[in-house]
Write a protein that binds this ligand. Structure first.
Ligand code: ATP
Length: 306
């Protein structure tokens, strides 16, 4: 196998009592989209910032593009692109000036005009940064992460706060980068984003990796059948009853429960009987395929998003 783009072994970072990163290990292969998926506070940003050389780990071994972090010199930095969760830009520079400034930091850079076209900001190239919308700022930050034509690009929650259309635009950009053979290291708490873009996903929670695999591998762990998802506020007694009736087949959340099923009619019948007998008001019943959100819920008992 080729050398991995990133190799992490037993990485740790504690802030006092908070175990932000608690002994994680993983490998990112060259040319793949690798995603750390987890809720707020799971430790994704801390992990990413250690790999980017912005934070110091307490313990563990890390290599990025074949070199350990102690050798994170200028040459190494030129091979990496970084989009932080929040990017502070100069408000009075234009979009084009901002890109040209960042391009000047590197020995080699992409054509600024082409980059503006690629991220859909050509019409804004003379606008001052302070006049950009949230989505446009995000695309500029994305362009800045690409300006040095890096081999490996770290994207920390690149679509948080974007509307669905702007989010899709960023997805297309990520897919195009992958098409050019770049390695993408993504963090997100949007499961549909992880599912759509990732070759491999590590699900992180409380500083630990709780599952790892391709999105379809992770989803297959829930079984081969579909899910019957019921929205209902259950009393404690009813929750216990649902658990005893459906055992391992139930994924229980606050305001809903999902039942893994290979026999739809039979499962629906049992749900209806339960609802009638216990007078449970079912707000909705949806039959669907399981997704990464269900995987997270099944593993932690919590929703991925707050
Ligand atoms: P989010 O999606 O909200 O960005 P995350 O998964 O990226 O979350 P981190 O930002 O890595 O999570 O934070 C992990 C834990 O470490 C959190 O409990 C956070 O409060 C804590 N933490 C992060 N940075 C610091 C710091 N500089 N000092 C103290 N605690 C910190």
């Amino acid at each position: 196998m080729n050398d991995p783009a990133v190799a992490v072994e037993d990485l740790r970072k504690y802030y006092g009592q908070t175990k932000a990163v608690d002994g994680i290990s993983f490998i990112v292969r060259k040319g793949e989209v690798f995603t750390l998926l987890g809720p707020n506070g799971a430790g994704k940003t801390t992990t990413l910032e250690i790999l980017e050389g912005l934070r110091k780990a307490d313990a563990g071994r890390v290599t990025v593009l074949g070199r350990s972090l102690e050798h994170n010199d200028k040459t190494q930095k030129a091979r990496i692109g970084v989009m932080l969760q929040e990017t502070t830009l100069f408000p009075h520079l234009t979009v084009k000036e901002t890109l040209e400034l960042f391009a000047s930091f590197y020995p080699r850079s992409l054509d600024v005009q082409k980059l503006l076209e690629e991220v859909g900001l050509i019409e804004k190239s003379r606008s001052m940064v302070k006049h950009l919308s949230g989505g446009q700022r995000q695309r500029l930050a994305f362009a800045l992460a690409m300006v040095n034509d890096p081999e490996l690009i770290f994207l920390d929650e690149p679509t948080t706060g974007l509307d669905p259309q702007a989010r899709r635009h960023v997805w297309h950009l990520i897919e195009r980068l992958k098409g050019r053979g770049k390695t993408i290291f993504l963090t997100t708490h949007y499961m549909e984003e992880a599912e759509r873009l990732s070759d491999r996903v590590c699900i992180m929670d409380h500083g630990k990796i709780i599952a790892e695999g391709t999105p379809s591998e992770l989803i297959r762990r829930l079984g081969s059948g579909g899910l019957v998802e019921c929205r209902a506020s259950l009393s404690e007694d009813d929750r216990r009853l649902v658990l005893s009736m459906f055992g391992e087949r139930v994924i229980l959340a606050e305001e809903r429960f999902a039942l893994k099923t290979d026999n739809l009619v039979e499962t629906l019948r049992r749900v209806m009987d339960l609802s009638r007998e216990r007078e449970i008001h079912l707000e909705s019943i949806v039959v669907r395929q399981p997704n990464l959100e269900d995987v997270f819920l099944a593993l932690t008992g919590r929703e991925l998003r707050d």
